[in-house]
Design a binder for this molecule. Sequence first.
Ligand SMILES: [Cu+2]
Length: 132
Amino acid sequence: MTRIGIAGLLAAIALAACGGSGNSQAGSTSSAPSISPSGPPAAATVRLADFSLDPMSVSVKQGDSILVVNAGKSPHNLWLRDASGHVLVKTPNLKPGDQTTLKLDLPPGSYVDYCQEPGHESLGMKGALTVR
Ligand SMILES: [Cu+2]
């Protein structure tokens, strides 16, 4: 009886140790800005893939938000620059499956949306974003 009791106790300790290491990974994602229940729904969705944007061309109204989803297998992000090359808004790096909302409080005009990860833009992660 005591042998079974000790074995059970050891198994419980092993399970607790596993759970602990899993939780530390979940903690690192808690800082993602995914909790914004008061924000309006996204006007458009841009999917990041290896290595393209879907859609390649997006048109939104001033003040709209877009949902950015990493549908690829690599980390990606979405940055926005104007015709002069100034970066105006950007998402954090998104792990595969992660998503975030990007608010576009920008003057009407034409912008370039692209992935800033080294080499990704030239591989095809570049599109056109119009604010009207
Ligand atoms: Cu990328």
